[in-house]
Design a protein around this ligand. Structure first.
Ligand code: PCA
Length: 325
């Protein structure tokens, strides 16, 4: 009997040694529709890692908030319920003001300015994420943010009392300062919110309005270029630390490709989606001079407020950015 047991054990050992290291599978929750460019870039990134590791690490994306809704993704990855995920980082400004550095109104209005800001701010955001058990991998900006309304708006007076869909601390504050009524809603839910009258306006990119076909409910888009928020892809630190150096290298090179692809696609999608809103029947115009100057005043207030909460780190980022111009 003893002989048989050791024979079986020896056979099992040989069999185990002959097998390749067990392949690992990571689920990657994402908040936006599968057809959105962030989600498509994420799917390409996942394939790049799966192929690049010869299937040793398979990443499977779950768009549209199907695995975790947007507002739960960061916590899910922090706690290891998911190994990797993508999240609109400014939605977490209430946890750390640095997460809202991409939503300081009118600090930057174009992709080029925004990338410059992110070169300075990105490493600080990565440090803050690391303190929360998250390893920063890559991030991609949304196109510039403009204002959507059901009814025509020429000045802040026209915004009073309007129900406004917010997605972050900054968007909710903008609503308060313009006399609107903010309600936080994930992009995956906005078509329904506009259809049922839960909201009659929002600030977002042409991309999100186009993806959600908001022309079915809203009629006006005003180009404001208030800021460009970012989606960040991060990995649970323990999951990251458990990877071989070789696998980490594959993730890093796939992340670099995803960052470049994402930026290029975001730029390309900007005009395409504004044209799409027009084709859908919306009026797409610059905001009136009155509205722009009123929004700039509100932006100055929000900038002061952000600097007050973000302290030395925030000031250092803004100073370094301004000095680089
Ligand atoms: N779309 C996302 C965030 C910024 C954007 O352009 C949204 O509206 O949720």
């Amino acid at each position: 009997m003893k002989k048989l047991t050791s024979l079986l054990a020896a056979t099992a050992l040989t069999a185990a040694a002959a097998l390749p290291a067990a392949a690992e599978k990571w689920d990657m929750p994402m908040a936006y529709a599968a057809t959105n460019f962030h989600s498509e870039v994420g799917a390409n990134f996942a394939k790049c890692v799966t192929d690049g590791t010869g299937g040793d690490l398979e990443i499977v994306t779950h768009p549209s908030g199907s695995l975790f809704p947007g507002n739960e993704i960061k916590r899910a990855v922090q706690t290891g319920q998911a190994a990797i995920g993508e999240r609109l980082i400014s939605a977490h400004q209430n946890e750390n003001p640095l997460y809202g550095v991409d939503s300081v109104p009118f600090l930057v209005s174009s992709f080029d300015q925004h990338e410059k800001l992110w070169e300075i701010a990105g490493p600080k955001v990565a440090e803050a994420l690391d303190e929360e058990n998250l390893h920063y991998l890559y991030s991609v900006p949304w196109p510039p943010q403009g204002l959507y309304f059901r009814n025509e708006v020429n000045s802040v007076d026209d915004m009073k009392g309007v129900k406004f869909r917010s997605y972050s601390t900054a968007t909710a504050r903008l609503a308060e300062l313009t006399g609107m009524l903010p309600v936080q809603i994930e992009a995956a839910e906005i078509s329904q919110a506009f259809a049922t009258g839960v909201a009659d306006s929002m600030i977002s990119s042409g991309a999100t309005g186009y993806d959600r076909k908001v022309w079915e409910h809203l009629n006006y888009f005003y180009i404001v270029d208030a800021w460009l928020p970012r989606n960040v892809v991060f990995v649970n630190n323990d999951a990251w630390n458990g990877l071989s150096d070789e696998t980490k290298g594959v993730l890093e090179s796939c992340a670099a490709s995803a960052k470049a692809e994402g930026l290029a696609r975001s730029k390309d999608y900007t005009q395409f989606t504004l044209d799409g809103l027009k084709e859908g029947g919306m009026s797409v115009t610059n905001a009136s001079d009155t509205l722009v100057s009123q929004l700039k005043e509100i932006g100055a207030t929000m900038t002061e407020e952000w600097l007050a909460t973000a302290g030395e780190d925030g000031k250092a980022i803004v100073d370094a950015y301004n000095a680089s111009n």
